[in-house]
Ligand binder design. Structure first.
Ligand code: FES
Ligand SMILES: [Fe+2]
Length: 382
């Protein structure tokens, strides 16, 4: 067993940079991935671009500069770089003199499923496009809400948490079901899928879920199939025929991952109003609290890995074990081709008092979240 927090992710995949509506024309933001900094900007015509966030001149970060037409302008000496990273203008250069041929590295960008995506290590051909959620976005039969968040734990801790429904002890106050059975598991070198069955009774959260799913209200208990998928490197969960959750990860540091979560709920004609009334309760009283508890335990599992990296873990849920195997195997396969991973992640550091008040830096406003402090328990955080 080696430290899960030393395991990276394959950068030759699509990762979300931000929500589409969080990047206005003329705006540039810093996006971090595996300890490196990227600038993502939207030009005045509306197209998004991604470059290495370091000016070719003196390596100053470009995201603090301005966007002029389709170029990003460095805040220091004003060098201007085009969408592909080529140097296109130096403000003090004589017009009749040829510009030096310089560039910063550019990365492929696409917009899909309400997100701006980039490939941090481009390959030819490009990886298959990121997941398409338009089947749920466009039909009018579903409504959706977002639960995006920064988690202060390693990507793998969050991913395995999402695949592992046996941790419902942690969420016992808010979990919208009271019984869980594991039915099956399939796995290959790109995907792990687990099948559970969940049963909801008459607890408060359970009743809200039953209402949202349109389940028989008279029955004492209602069971639903729950499918979870790890489509490397992202995650999807499907509950019955009424709820779908897409979870897209951007691993930033060894103890920080930004997660874009969209939850879709089916609202058949006639029941839409009822479910839309139930939705804010479900989001605030159930999901937000469950997420707070996951953030809280994520910091603790990070401490457990960093302080006892080599002690055995006795994972009894085959879905979690398969997800971890896939995560480690994909990283090893990438590292074998790309060279030793040393230096790709900052060194281990245990969360300490300094981090409790640490600023989270520049990030889309909707993602603002303080680290789950080590002083408070999950219920106090809720
Ligand atoms: S450092 Fe960017 S223009 Fe000089
Ligand atoms: Fe959880």
């Amino acid at each position: 067993m080696s430290n899960l927090c030393d395991v990276g992710v394959d950068p030759r995949c699509w990762y979300p940079a931000c929500r589409t509506d969080e990047l206005r024309p003329g705006q540039a933001i810093e996006v971090r991935f595996l300890g490196r900094s990227y600038v993502v900007f939207r030009d005045r015509a509306g197209a998004a671009h991604c470059l290495d966030n370091a000016c070719a001149h003196r390596r100053v970060a470009l995201h603090e500069g301005e966007v002029r037409d389709c170029r990003i302008v460095c805040p220091y000496h004003g060098w201007e770089f085009g969408p592909d990273g080529a140097l296109e203008r130096i403000p003090y250069w004589e017009e009749d003199e040829e510009l030096p041929r310089l560039r910063v590295r550019g990365f492929p960008v696409t917009e899909r499923s309400g997100l701006v995506w980039f490939v941090p290590e481009p390959v030819d051909p490009l990886p298959p496009p990121p997941p398409d959620t338009s089947a749920w976005d466009d039909g009018g039969e579903w409504f959706s809400f977002r639960q995006d968040r920064v988690f202060h734990n390693h990507y793998g801790i969050g991913l395995i948490n999402g695949m592992d429904y046996t941790h419902f002890h942690l969420h016992r106050k808010y979990q919208p079901w009271s019984r869980l059975r594991l039915l099956g598991l399939t796995a290959d070198d790109g995907r792990v899928s687990g099948s559970y069955e969940v049963t909801s009774g008459r607890g408060r959260a359970e009743r809200v879920l039953r209402l949202l799913l349109g389940a028989d209200r008279a029955a004492p208990t209602v069971s639903h199939p729950l499918e979870v998928h790890y489509d490397y490197p992202h995650h999807q969960a499907v509950l019955g025929d009424g709820m779908v959750v897409w979870v897209f990860f951007r691993p930033e540091e060894r103890d920080r991952v930004t997660v874009y979560i969209t939850l879709y709920i089916r609202a058949r004609r006639g029941t839409r109003r009822l479910r839309q009334v139930a939705e804010p309760f479900f989001r605030r009283l159930v999901l937000a609290r469950i997420q707070e508890q996951d953030a809280w335990i994520g910091v603790r599992e990070q401490v457990a890995w960093e302080s006892r990296p080599d002690e055995p873990r006795c994972e009894l849920n085959p879905v979690s074990a398969a997800a971890e195997r896939l995560l480690r195997a994909r990283w090893q396969s990438y590292a074998r081709q790309a060279g030793p991973p040393a230096g790709r992640w900052p060194a281990a550091r245990l969360p300490g008092p300094d981090r409790r008040t640490a600023s989270l830096g520049v990030e889309p406003a909707s993602l603002g979240a303080e680290p789950a402090s080590l002083g408070a328990g999950p219920d106090e955080n809720a």
